[in-house]
Ligand binder design. Structure first.
Ligand SMILES: CC(C)(COP(=O)(O)OP(=O)(O)OC[C@H]1O[C@@H](n2cnc3c(N)ncnc32)[C@H](O)[C@@H]1OP(=O)(O)O)[C@@H](O)C(=O)NCCC(=O)NCCS
Length: 133
C-alpha cells in the first residue's frame, strides 16, 4: 500500500471527503460535523493541513493553525479506522513539523487519544487553559 503524505490547502479539499474522514475515524463524535458551514470554515481557514491519501483517497488529516515561527496549534488529527495504527498519524505529525520546524506543536487530546501523544514524543503540560466561546 502506498501512502502520499503532503500539505494541501483547505480551499482545495473536498468537504465531503474530509467529513468522511472525521466520521470514519471517530473524531466526528467530538467535532461539529453536522454543521456543514462551520466545518467548511474550519477547513478553509486552517493554514496548515497535511493529508494522507491511499490511491488518491483521503484516509488521514492533520488540521492546524500555525504562525510558522513559534507555535502550531494542532486542532484535529484523524485517521480512518481501517488505516489506524499503521504509522499514518505519526507521519502526519512529522510532516506538520517539517512545514514549521521552529514551531512547537500544542494540542488538546481527545480522551481516546490521551495515551497516544506520549508515545510519539509529546510532553504533558500542567497549565493548559481553555476559554470557551
Ligand atoms: C489518534 C490517531 C490520530 C492516531 O493515528 P494512527 O495512525 O492510528 O497512529 P500511529 O499508527 O501513528 O501510532 C503510533 C503509535 O501509537 C500507538 N497508538 C495509536 N493510537 C493510539 C491510541 N489511541 N492510544 C495509545 N496508543 C496509540 C500505535 O500503536 C503506535 O505504537 P508503536 O509506535 O508502538 O507501533 C488515530 O487513531 C485516530 O484518528 N483516532 C480517532 C480520532 C482521534 O481521537 N483523534 C485525536 C484527536 S486529539
Amino acid at each position: 500500500m502506498t501512502w502520499t503524505i503532503e500539505r494541501e490547502h483547505g480551499t482545495d479539499l473536498d468537504l465531503e471527503e474530509v467529513l468522511r474522514v472525521y466520521r470514519d475515524s471517530g473524531l466526528g463524535e467530538r467535532r461539529p460535523i453536522e454543521e456543514t458551514e462551520r466545518m467548511a470554515a474550519m477547513v478553509r481557514n486552517a493554514n496548515l493541513i497535511v493529508t494522507c491519501r491511499v490511491d488518491g483517497e483521503l484516509v488521514g488529516i492533520a488540521r492546524s493553525v500555525s504562525d510558522f515561527s513559534y507555535v502550531t496549534y494542532l486542532s484535529d488529527i484523524a485517521v480512518v479506522r481501517s488505516h489506524q495504527r499503521s504509522g499514518i498519524g505519526r507521519r502526519l505529525i512529522e510532516a506538520t513539523r517539517r512545514e514549521a520546524p521552529q514551531a512547537k506543536i500544542v494540542l488538546l487530546a481527545a480522551p481516546a487519544a490521551r495515551e497516544y501523544y506520549p508515545r510519539i514524543g509529546f510532553a504533558p503540560h500542567d497549565s493548559a487553559w481553555v476559554l470557551n466561546p
